[in-house]
Design a protein around this ligand. Structure first.
Ligand code: BGC
Length: 453
């Protein structure tokens, strides 16, 4: 029955729309099956043909009402670490067609989104065909509009039943995750253009590093919060990736990545599968040894895992200056973003070079962006970051795409809706989208394939 419904969706939704639609959508699929093509920078500085240009999103941050997820529980208990609850978010769950069409109309040729485990497997071993079909329709909408769909299988949130088992701090989660990936890939794989198993699995180790140097740990009462969450769902424990023990999670997630990768690659479809990492441009101030130690701790094991995958997804927002006693504060007088860190678009060039050199696999920039209310600063950020990407390409670094974070002003986790990362503003009362000049600028660059657009 499930197989028949899937076939129906394939015929009705994908074939009737996508196959009858533009040739570019089909070309996208063929290139994806070939695992992407390595392009060269044109002599006149143009980006390679086939370079992916997109915006990135994540289910919990845009869909709305992700009620079965661990994050939803944490947003609704007391005490909480969240400034506000995600609620309806951007109502992307219902408005994805318009957002996909908007991305295409801007000039982009790819779109990154995540599928939500908490929706797809609401109870252990119970898979929702209706939710999987929802993501099939989203994938089909991308093809219809000529956007290569880049799918993240996990972007920070788990079903609440996984949290109650101890989340990524319990090795059994690797079994559940591999099974979920296999099930989802089976239903969706023929429409996927590229995939990441995990989004930034190194985040908790990174946060532990950063927080250890702050006078006050922003997650100091995480234990009380997790206890309250466990009580609220009648469980004995509750774990949330972002607030959890980073090293324990890493030991479960590393093997889970390789198992998930194999499960996703079991088909259908043939597309590159990798993992994305949060990487800052780590700049040594004085002796490079402390910087190198930090890099090894935050990135080492994951770079090794990415090197055994089809690509590495680089996600860079800023730089970090590392002295002998750890990270140094931002330089006095420097420009800061709404997140409190430095406005430093040049970081991207350095992190691409570092990731490519360490992994020897192709690079996709899967996130890069800036939180600001001043969109002229976003335009500047994009131009300067892309100038760095172009330098990498000129030096023969195999960079295959750039996804800006984010398409929409969305739910920035514990910070709530205050930080504005979007190329497109969202009215919080009506969900109306307003395209910002930065979206038009990125779209024009993408359409022309050159910064001089
Ligand atoms: C995450 C996103 C987040 C963004 C901006 C990345 O670490 O993948 O979910 O919104 O950074 O902070």
């Amino acid at each position: 029955m499930a197989a028949r419904r899937r076939d129906e969706i394939t015929r009705r939704t994908f074939l009737s729309t996508s196959l009858a639609a533009t040739g570019s959508a089909l070309t996208g699929v063929r290139e994806a099956r070939a695992g992407g093509r390595r392009g060269r920078l044109a002599a006149d500085g143009g980006f390679p043909k086939g370079f992916l240009w997109g915006a990135a999103t994540a289910a919990h941050q845009v869909e709305g009402n992700n009620v079965n997820s661990d994050a939803w529980v944490l947003e609704h208990i007391k005490p909480t670490l969240f400034a506000e609850a995600s609620g309806d978010a951007c109502d992307f769950y219902h408005r994805y067609r318009d957002d996909v069409a908007l991305s295409a109309s801007l000039g982009l040729n790819a779109f990154r989104f995540s599928i939500e485990w908490a929706r797809i497997e609401p109870e252990p071993g119970v898979y929702s065909i209706a939710e999987l079909d929802h993501y099939r329709r989203l994938l089909a909408a991308c093809h219809e509009k000529g956007l290569r769909p880049f799918v993240t299988f996990w972007h920070f949130t788990c079903p609440r039943w996984v949290a109650a088992l101890g989340g990524w701090e319990n090795a059994v989660t690797a079994d559940h995750f591999a099974r979920y990936c296999e099930r989802a890939a089976k239903h969706l794989g023929d429409l996927i253009g590229a995939a990441a198993t995990f989004n930034e699995p190194n985040v908790p180790v990174l946060l532990e590093w950063v927080f250890a140097r702050l006078p006050q740990n922003p997650f100091a009462n995480a234990d009380a919060v997790l206890k309250a969450a466990a009580r609220s769902i009648g469980a004995e424990r509750f774990s949330f990736f972002v607030f959890g023990n980073g090293e324990a999670a890493r030991d479960v997630m590393l093997p889970a990545h390789h198992r998930a990768l194999a499960a996703i690659k079991s088909g259908p479809g043939k597309y590159p599968v990798g993992v994305t990492l949060a990487i800052a441009d780590e700049q040594a101030v004085g002796d490079p040894a402390p910087r190198d130690l930090k890099r090894q701790k935050l990135y080492g094991p994951w770079l090794e895992a990415a090197g055994r995958s089809d690509f590495i997804g680089v996600q860079t927002y800023t730089r970090a200056r590392v002295g002998k006693d750890g990270d140094l504060p931002p330089e006095p007088g420097g420009e800061l973003t709404q997140m409190g860190y430095e406005f430093w678009p040049e970081a991207l060039e350095q992190t691409i070079r570092y990731a490519a050199e360490r992994t020897k696999v192709p690079v996709y920039v899967t996130e890069n962006g800036v939180a600001t209310d001043d969109d002229t600063r976003r335009v500047a950020y994009i131009e300067r970051a892309l100038a760095g990407v172009r330098k990498c390409l000129a030096d023969g670094v195999d960079v295959r795409g750039y996804f800006h974070w984010s398409l929409l002003d969305n739910f920035e986790w514990n910070f709530g809706y205050r930080p504005k990362f979007g190329l497109v503003a969202v009215n919080r009362g009506t969900f109306e989208r307003t395209v910002k000049p930065s979206a038009r600028r990125l779209g024009a660059i993408a359409r022309a394939g050159r910064l001089e657009a």
